[in-house]
Design a protein around this ligand. Structure first.
Ligand SMILES: [Zn+2]
Length: 70
């Protein structure tokens, strides 16, 4: 997705919230501790497939400690 290709439908109409101003159109992954975790999102506008990335290293550390292992 980050390269502009959809892994599901091979579409190339990918959009991201990367350039949006903070607090505008961002998606949040609930809360980790007391902090809402901002997600960098990529969406395929052809099939609707969506990828989320948490870029906050401290939040990732908390998630690693608290969430279930897959
Ligand atoms: Zn797609």
């Amino acid at each position: 997705m980050k390269s502009g290709n959809c892994p599901k439908c091979k579409g190339r109409t990918i959009r991201t919230n990367r350039e949006n101003q903070y607090g505008e159109d961002h998606m949040y992954l609930g809360t980790v501790g007391i902090t809402a975790v901002r997600c960098l999102v990529y969406i395929c506008c052809d099939c609707g497939y969506l990828e989320d990335y948490v870029e906050d290293k401290k939040a990732l550390e908390k998630i690693r400690e608290r969430w279930a292992r897959v």
